[in-house]
Ligand binder design. Sequence first.
Ligand SMILES: [Ca+2]
Ligand SMILES: [Ca+2]
Ligand SMILES: [Ca+2]
Ligand SMILES: [Ca+2]
Ligand SMILES: [Zn+2]
Length: 576
Amino acid sequence: MGLILLVMAGPLQGQDETQPLTVPLRFDHYYTYEQVVEAMKLLHRTYPSLTQLNLLGKSEEDREIWELTIHNPETGDILDKPGVYVDGNIHGNEIQAGEVCLYLADLLLTHYGRNERITRLVDRNVFYIVPVVNVDGRYHFFADANTMHSNRGLRRPKDDDHDGRINEDFPDDLDGDGNICMMRKRDPNGKYRTDPSDPRLMVRVGPGEKGEWTLLGYEGIDNDGDGRINEDAEGYVDPNRNWGYNWAPPYVQRGSGDYPFSGNAMRAIASFMMDHPNIIVVWAFHNYGGMILRGPSTKQEHIPQADIRVYDYLGKNGEKIIPGYRYLISWKDLYSTYGDFTDFTDNIVGSYSFVGELYRIAQETYRSPSSGGKKEEETLFGGEDVERTRERLKFNDYVAMGMLFKPWKPYHHPVYGDIEIGGWMKMSTRIPHPFMLEDLVHRAASAVLFTADQTPEVKMTLLGKKKIGKDLWQVRVRLSNEKAIPSMSYISVNEKLYPKDMVTVKGPRVTVVAGGRLLDEYTGRTLYKEKKPEIQFLQVPGFGHTDLQFLLKGKGEVTFLYRSRKAGSRRMKVVL
Ligand SMILES: [Ca+2]
Ligand SMILES: [Ca+2]
Ligand SMILES: [Ca+2]
Ligand SMILES: [Ca+2]
Ligand SMILES: [Zn+2]
C-alpha cells in the first residue's frame, strides 16, 4: 500500500522531476509543459532520421510552441505524402490531450521497423504533431492552484469586469493545497442540504424542505476590494473560437478575441498549415465526454454528402476503436461555436477533421453489474446526477485512493466568516486518474492511425493502349484509390479551395490531340476537355477510381504525371 501511494502521489501532482525522461515514454502520469517539450526533444534526439522538431512560435507569455514531424525521408519528400496533423491541449486545462499526442509520437517512433503496420504508416504518411497548443495554459494548470476548468484560455490581457485593471482577481488557494475547490457555508435558508447517504455530497432542497448549505463558488477572496470575488482571472480569449473561418465577434461568440488569429498560437499554426498543404487529416484533442466530433460547428449546409460519407466511415470505425465514444456532429449534437479550429481546417486547409473529446467520466464507477440503475450513457449529457456522484465518491475512495475529492474542512473567510472548503480537485472530473491513462492514449492514438491509414493512396495504371490510325493512339489511364479518403475533399472541389489534382501528358515526339474524363470504359463515353488536353484536372474518389482517355499522335515515349496537393505524385511512362 505504501508503495502504491508513493508511486501514485507523485504522478497525481503531475510530475516527478527527479526522474530523467527515457524512451519509450511513460504514460502512468501527466507531463508538465516543460516535460512535454523535453520529451519531444528527446524523441527527436533518439530518432533524428525520422523526425524534425519545429518551433512554430511563442505564446503570449513567451513560451515555445513546438511541433514534431514524423516521416521517413527515404520513402519520399515530406510534402509528397498525405499529411496527418494532430494536436492537443488548445484548452490549457485539457491536459490528457497532450499525452495522446506524445503517445502517438512515441508509438510511431519506438515501433518503426518492428511493427509492420506502424512501419507502413511512417513510410507512407507524414505526421505533424503539436502536443500542446495552449502552452501558457498547460504551464499554469500545473504550476498554479486551479479548478478542473481553469486556465483554459489564452493569456491575453483582458479586463473582464471593466474596472480598468487587468487580471486582478483570480481565485485564491485559501487552504494552500494546490487546488481551487468550492466554498460552502451553513445556512438554514440555503438551497442545499446534506445527502443522507454521503455527508460530503449536497443535494438540492425540495419544495418545503429545510436547507443547510449555501454554495459560495470557487475558493477566493476579493483581491482588489471591489466587492466582488474572483471576477477577473486570466483572459478570456478562447483559443478554439479565434480561427479565421466563420469567426464572430465576442458579443456573438464569447471569447472569440479582438479579431481572428489574434492568439499567437493560432497564427503560428495557421501559418504552419499553409506551409504544409499536404495536410488531409486533422485531429484536435480535447476533454471530455467521450466523443468523436465532426463539423460543421454552426449550422451550415455546404458540406457535400460525399464528404459526409467519408466522415461517417471514419467516425463509425472510431466509435468501435474507442468503446463508449460516440461519433457526433458539433453544432447539431452539442452546440454552435464560431471561429472553431476544425471549421478552419475543413474549409480553408481542405482536410477531414475530427475533434476527440477524451475521457468518459462514466468510467468512474463503483457498482456491480447486477445493481441496475442508469446506464452510463444516460448520464453523459444529463448534468450532475446524484446517484452518479455518490458512485464517483466511492470510486474516489476505493479506486482512486481519495485523490479526486477533497473532504470539506473549516476555514475562516474574511468576507463570509466561518465556511468550509472542499470538493472535486483539479486533477479530477475531466482528466482520468493516471491508472486509466495508458488505455485512453492508446485507443485515441489508434483512432488517429485508422484515419491515417485511410488517407488516399493513388495508383496510376495503364488501362488500355490501342492503335486507331497511322501514328494515332487511344490511351486510357486509370487513377485508383483503395482508401476511404479521396485525393481531395469534396468541399475543396466545390469551394475551389485550391487547384484540383492534375495529370499532364508529355512526350518529345507526341502531340496530345484530345483528352478527357473517360466516363464509361465499356461504351467509351468520354468528356473531352476543350482546351489544352495535355493538362487534365481531376479528383480521385475514395474506394474508387477516375479514368482518363487520350488520343495521342506520334511515337516514342510519353510520360503521364499525376500531381496532387494531398495525395502525392505519380509518374508513368508509356511507349507508343
Ligand atoms: Ca478588471
Ligand atoms: Ca485549495
Ligand atoms: Ca474583486
Ligand atoms: Ca475587479
Ligand atoms: Zn476543449
